[in-house]
Design a protein around this ligand. Structure first.
Ligand code: FES
Length: 105
């Protein structure tokens, strides 16, 4: 499935992600700037913060409890904020659009 990563400056990266991996892995393995993933996906660093395009809000799984707690500590969150290491890539997410916050570099 293809995932569209949009940097805070509008630059778009379309990545052909592998199902079963996380959106964070798809970004870091393809060197997409703006998603860091310091903790390797353990949901403990919040450097994989992204905004899920509203059109996709219902298609990604809901936030989990640890993710909620981590996002609480992030300043620039919105209602569509997610930690991308907690979103698993699957066929239904083909075309998913996520945006990265300006602060995450
Ligand atoms: Fe650390 Fe997602 S990679 S919270």
């Amino acid at each position: 499935p293809k995932i569209h990563f949009i940097e805070h400056n509008g630059k778009e990266h379309v990545i052909d992600a592998e199902a079963g991996k996380t959106v964070m892995q798809a970004a870091t393995e393809n060197l997409v700037p703006g998603i860091i993933g310091d903790c390797g996906g353990a949901c403990s660093c919040a450097t994989c913060h992204c905004y899920v395009d509203p059109a996709w809000a219902d298609k990604v799984d809901a936030r989990n409890e640890t993710e909620e707690i981590m996002l609480d500590g992030v300043m620039n969150t919105e209602s569509n904020s997610r930690l991308s290491c907690q979103i698993t890539v699957k066929a239904e997410l083909d075309g998913l659009v996520v945006r990265m916050p300006a602060s995450q570099f």
